[in-house]
Design a protein around this ligand. Sequence first.
Ligand code: 6PG
Length: 241
Amino acid sequence: MATTEVRIFESIENVYDAIAGEILKTTQESTQEIFDIALSGGNSPKGLFKHISEKYAKTIPWERFHLWWGDERCVPPDDEQSNYKMTLDLLLSNIDIPEENVHRIKGEEDPEKEAVRYSAEMEETLNARGKDPVFDIILLGLGDDGHTASIFPDQLELFEYKDSCAVTQHPLSGQKRITITGNVLNNANQIFFLVTGQNKSLRVGEIMNDNDAAKLLPAYYISPKNGEVIWFMDEAAASKI
Ligand code: 6PG
């Protein structure tokens, strides 16, 4: 059964320091050689990646990490919409990490084929628990509609999906996405939600207060069977708990 912890911070820099500290702690408390972490996209991680580049580039042992993505937009890697490009610009270009440790979702490829390829790469590379790959850490955001990764409210079936990845579509923009699915998300050892800003407070409140409305939100179903969920938030995002 998942354990859930909520950490609320006055400043957004403290939120970032807390996440970076947990990433560092994971390596310091374990003799495990390699840690697999899946990153989120969108806007929230931008500040985190900048902060980590400025303050933790030399302290986190990047050679012990393999970086993956929880989702990607179906665009080329040099597109401003690309989660990989955002991460390259704000983090990867500032840290020493072997190229072979970076596993991007190839947004430029045929979405259905890339979902199959990325599933296979995860299943061949990651440790497994049961039939599903295991991430040591998955960083997730929370959409204004309660989506997480690229599992949107009309796709809750992706929490019981046969494959490790699926092709989805943003309900407003129609943009195609590739997302890791629920069986992998809920097989993680640690899930870190990074949620900041007043615009997230409604959905955070619904989820934390276990409202009926929460049961329509994909983020509500993030509950790793053998892991823990830590919500890293600022006071604005947590204002309706
Ligand atoms: C993406 C993200 C997505 C994001 C939420 C929150 O590709 O957009 O993975 O799941 O985490 O939409 O987005 P913001 O951080 O931009 O609010």
